[in-house]
Design a protein around this ligand. Sequence first.
Ligand SMILES: [Zn+2]
Length: 116
Amino acid sequence: MLDYQHKLTTWLVKEYDAVFVEDLDVAGMLQGEGNARNKQDAAWRQFITLLEYKSDLYGTHVVQVEARGTTKECASCGVETEKPLWVREHSCPSCGFETDRDVNAAMNVLQRGFPN
Ligand SMILES: [Zn+2]
């Protein structure tokens, strides 16, 4: 796991000038939703720590953004819609924007990373 994270973070800071990552949902973590979730959070925390350390060496910007709502929010118009986990597509009832669920979330992370 650590070896993989080292390779991935080194590649990221060499390849890109800026990297945007979702902040940890600390509230969710404290509720203790089970061991698997906690392990995932610990891995993500370690990943961000590595990323920030290496970004200093390569002059890459690492921006942590608020993760809450990135899945629900429409990347095009900003309207939030409830979206169960099994719904893999984003289809906005307000503006009609359609894309993959994860693509929509990634676009929101990107938009939050840039100063308005
Ligand atoms: Zn929309």
